[in-house]
Design a protein around this ligand. Sequence first.
Ligand SMILES: [Zn+2]
Length: 426
Amino acid sequence: MPRGAIDRSPGFYDPAKETMAPDARRHFLRDRLRDVLRHAATYTSHLTPRLSAAGLSLEQLRETDDLFRLPPLRKRELPPLQEKDPPFGGLVTVPAHSLQRVFISPGPIYDPEGAGPDYWRMARAMYAAGFRQGDIALNTFAYHLTPAGSMCDEGLAALGCAVIPMGGGNTETQVQVLRHVQATGYVGTPSFLHTILQRAEELGVRPLQDLSLEVAFVSGGMLPESLRATMREKYGVGVTQAYASADLGLIAYECPRHSGMHLAEDLIVQIADPETGQPVPDGTAGEVVVTTFNTVYPLIRFGTGDLSVLDPLACACGRTTPRLARILGRTDDVTKIRGMFVHPSQLDAVMAETPEAMRYQLVVRRKGFEDDLTLRVEAPAAGGDLPGRLEARVRDAIKLRARVEVVPAGTLPVDGKKIVDERTWE
Ligand SMILES: [Zn+2]
């Protein structure tokens, strides 16, 4: 198929749902929540005891916000639960033999895959990434043990794409296959796409002339905007990312605007304080806590351990679902400062926009009853306005005020901690 032959114009996978008005969506989610709670209480041995342990009854969880009354089930609690009641800890509603596949994630955690097409609900995200019927996709996610390969495979099948089930590794073979089959799509991690295209050039393959690669769907790794731009400008590949997990399938995905990831609307996603499970203020970082409507594996208030920020503003693409900013990191790496959770990656993003700042360290001290923040920055060639600019950017990124102190090059440790907590509690 010649480059440009497939119509990838942005449509909606299911326009009736993705553009729901806020009230309609609230009702939709509330009704689905009531259904899934009833279903999980009837067919799993897990939910009813968990509700009683929290002093709750099913009738008290009627609205999505009522879910905040139930402490999250953390991902790290799955291995002991599954160990005690194998294989699924009493959280799955059907007998194991009726599943389509059983995967094993690190932990170990057994991940059920129910029967039926596109079980992981990935097709919607892959459509938004530009995949269409007529595409031939190189799927480089692993097909064994963990579900990433199957997840995307089934999404592509639902869209009518042909799939080459490559799995990872064998860079040279990947290049050969891309060329021989004239694949139009790539599925995998962002960094592996880069590795493959670089290897192609080393082998004398000219990506723009000799390959037909146009679209890429990536997940499972950081996608720096610089990498996305290189892929588009140098190799003619449009790269779009999504956020999914082996427990939940699709959680959020980018639309063609690439301005954050729209929440999949067949889930309830809440951003919660990683310690208390309570809501965090709008625009601040918190743990991604998800309730699925999956009738095989209904996870209720599942704490992913991933940290993100919710953007409730409407997107120019027309979808009305809120968006997650990128995944900031794991909740284990956060520092709580003045009630806000701060992850080093938030400061890394500020530094990436400030080329004259080299190394940094955020020092948190206690001053009276207040947390006091100093951002120490090595910036040998800094202009006089750098502290002011950095202060504004830091406040924007973490919603906290920090004093900026420019220090001589070589002052800060090379591999030291980026957030240093010097608070003492007396
Ligand atoms: Zn959008």
